[in-house]
Design a protein. Structure first.
Length: 295
């Protein structure tokens, strides 16, 4: 799974659901949590289920559903309502540890039986850093997490509320304060350690395309493979930022070719630089990404 852009779409707006379908986002996250008020939960569930059922042949765009947190009474009704539509996956917010992911997987297994879906076909992405406790439990993912988990992202807004902070930025700058830098780093490292997709968090100023692009490039350089969008206009920037350029692909091909021509060599020179196995792996990742998106 290589998904560059994940676009949040309110689950209680038919107009926005249809506009999302027409957007170039690689995946839509049909939102039943923060975008929907308590009094519109039933309406949103029905609209999301109907939208999923009406769009069974989804082509290249995946449909995911963000449910309410597991420690609320809303999450199970969310799952029961939307699973007839066979979403590609569930986005789990406000996670405390890998145990939450495993619990959700058990729920999905039962609902897949009810709906006649293939066991394990419904995947999971967790928003891994929205609670204070979550910063202390990343090791639990290494100790055992269900194979349905295919991606991890991080969130700084809910985390700030959980920590009792007034802002998640350093005074006088746009840079994240220390707890949020740690949250981002732990999410990235854990995702890579368990071989799932690391997904960059939201950029809340949707009018600032320049700032979004800069953050996308920082995310990509750090090792993230995609980013969450909160506005349709952000998708184009995200897709472009996480797609290898022609020059990147050509350079990656040169690296792969020189190692191919020199089998058994661990270190080799190219264009005045010394390259070793990490450079080869990075080049192979670029080529795989390029092939996936026909660069």
């Amino acid at each position: 799974m290589i998904i560059r852009s994940w676009l949040f779409v309110p689950g209680d707006s038919e107009r926005k659901l249809e506009r999302g379908r027409q957007n170039e986002a690689d995946a839509l996250i049909l939102d039943l949590e923060d975008a929907v008020s308590d009094e519109r939960q039933d309406l949103a569930r029905d609209m999301v289920r109907d939208f999923l059922i009406a769009n069974p042949g989804r082509g290249v765009q995946q449909f995911w559903v963000r449910i309410n947190p597991l420690d609320t009474e809303l999450s199970l009704p969310d799952l029961a309502a939307v699973m007839p539509g066979a979403p590609d996956g569930i986005v789990l917010p406000k996670v405390y540890s890998a145990a939450d992911v495993n619990t959700l997987s058990n729920y999905l297994a039962a609902l897949e039986v009810r709906e006649g879906l293939v066991h394990g076909s419904t995947k999971i992405i967790c928003v891994a850093t929205e609670t204070a406790a979550s910063l202390l439990t990343f090791k639990t993912y290494l100790e055992g997490v269900d194979g349905r988990l295919v991606g991890m992202t991080w969130g700084g807004e809910d985390l700030a509320a959980s920590l009792g902070a007034s802002t998640n930025r350093r005074p006088g700058t746009s840079e994240y304060d220390d707890p949020y830098v740690m949250a981002r780093s732990l999410c990235l490292a854990t995702a890579r350690a368990i071989d799932v997709q690391p997904i960059g968090g939201v950029y809340v100023d949707f009018r600032d395309s320049t700032g979004l692009e800069e953050e996308c490039l920082r995310d990509r350089q750090s090792g993230f493979v995609g980013k969450v969008a909160i506005h349709p206009a952000q998708v184009e920037v995200i897709n472009r930022s996480f797609t290898p350029s022609v020059e990147e692909v050509k350079n990656a091909q040169k690296i792969v070719e020189i190692f191919r021509k020199n089998p058994g060599v661990g270190t080799i020179g190219l264009d005045g630089k010394m390259l070793d196995m990490p450079h080869l792996k990075q080049a192979e990742n670029v080529i795989r990404m390029a092939e996936h998106y026909d660069v």
